[in-house]
Design a protein around this ligand. Structure first.
Ligand code: SF4
Ligand code: F3S
Length: 348
């Protein structure tokens, strides 16, 4: 199989642009500048990573986000960086030909392909609530996971069971890591995740040849090591106790902190306030909307989106929020909110 460099050269990308891309990849993966030559070497010599992408209980929003990756890799370059062997939404074959090509890819690239899973799994009642080509989602997941070199759960449905798993969870949806207890699953949550983050995790595996360092919930630290709040540009308002009181008054126009309007940024780990969305143009808070914690487990079942964090977590009044909204208080609230989360707790 051709290398990424060969593939890019065929597309007419110059050596200069290739080196620029290598520099962007080095920086975006949080690697030190000394790693630049290793990145160049990997892109020049390693074959394009084979990716098999399965979709189960999902809305395809993560696929949409993936193909709109722009800031790390323009979308036209993206498909030269990986060999996407199976993806229901993006591939040309359909029906039995599609299924056949997937099985051929699994056999041909045994132990070498990256399996990406989008959507929650439902083993309930023999998995009949989500089937593809007559096979249950659970069966399809096991079949593809058996020989995968790495497994990446993309989106909050695959990572935590997301909206399919929201109460009352009628199909008994579970996240990928619970369906594959014997495997290591890299969790890339978000509803959807940032496209550049999805591509960055795949690129990280390609270049370093191993899964990235993960936190206690299986998330790559390079992208999920900080909260939205840690790097939010509205943080100075938060620190000085200046909060927007509604979405359409002077406090909102002045861009004050959205904590009182329900922002879950202090307890949400994601790269929105650093990488941002749509090629780094903006993210929810920059557009005037609070973060509602879409990358965290159970976000859908944690009370109203616009209910302030301290009320959701502690039941204290909105008047108290103003006095409580200091860094220390928020940290305490975060501990209580996050205390309900834990890998292995959900749906057990
Ligand atoms: Fe930004 Fe939300 Fe933190 Fe305010 S509470 S500084 S809007 S992340
Ligand atoms: Fe989701 Fe919050 Fe980012 S709602 S998209 S994690 S700002």
């Amino acid at each position: 199989m051709e290398t990424i460099y060969e593939s890019l050269r065929k597309k007419g990308i110059s050596r200069r642009d290739f080196l620029k891309l290598s520099a962007v990849i080095t920086a975006s993966l949080g690697l030190s500048p000394e790693m630049f030559s290793d990145v160049v070497y990997a892109l020049e010599t390693k074959p394009k990573p084979v990716v098999i992408w399965l979709e189960f209980q999902d809305c395809a929003g993560c696929s949409e986000s993936f193909i709109r990756s722009t800031s790390i890799f323009p979308s036209e370059v993206l498909l030269d960086l990986i060999s996407l062997e199976y993806h229901e939404t993006l591939m040309a074959p359909a029906g039995e030909y599609a299924e056949q090509s997937k099985l051929e890819a699994i056999n041909k690239y045994k132990g070498k392909y990256i399996l990406v899973v989008e959507g929650a799994i439902t083993p309930t009642d023999g998995g009949i609530y989500c089937t593809v080509a007559g096979k249950s989602n659970y069966e399809l997941l096991k079949e593809a996971a058996e020989y995968a070199a790495a497994i990446i759960a993309v989106g909050s449905c695959a990572c935590w069971s997301g909206i399919p798993g929201a109460q009352p969870n009628p199909t008994g949806a579970i996240p990928v890591y619970k369906a594959l207890k014997e495997k290591t699953v890299i969790n890339v949550p978000g509803c959807p995740p940032i496209g550049d983050v999805i591509v960055g995790v795949i690129a990280n595996y390609l270049i370093l040849g191993k899964i990235p360092e993960l936190d206690e919930l299986g998330r790559p630290k390079v992208f999920y090591g900080q909260t939205i709040h840690d790097r939010c540009y509205r943080r100075p308002f938060y620190n000085s106790g200046k909060f927007a009181k509604s979405f359409d008054d002077e406090t909102a126009k002045e861009g004050m902190c959205l904590y009182k309007l329900g922002c879950k940024g202090p307890v949400t780990r994601n790269a929105c306030s650093t990488i941002r969305w749509n090629g780094g143009i903006s993210f929810p808070i920059q557009s005037g909307h609070p973060c509602f914690g879409c990358a965290e487990p159970d976000f859908w079942d944690r009370g109203h989106i616009y209910t302030p964090l301290s009320v959701v977590s502690t039941g204290i009044s909105s008047k108290e929020i103003i006095t409580a909204a200091t860094i220390g208080a928020a940290a305490g609230v975060a501990v209580k909110w996050l205390g309900k989360i834990g890998k292995g707790e959900k749906n057990d």
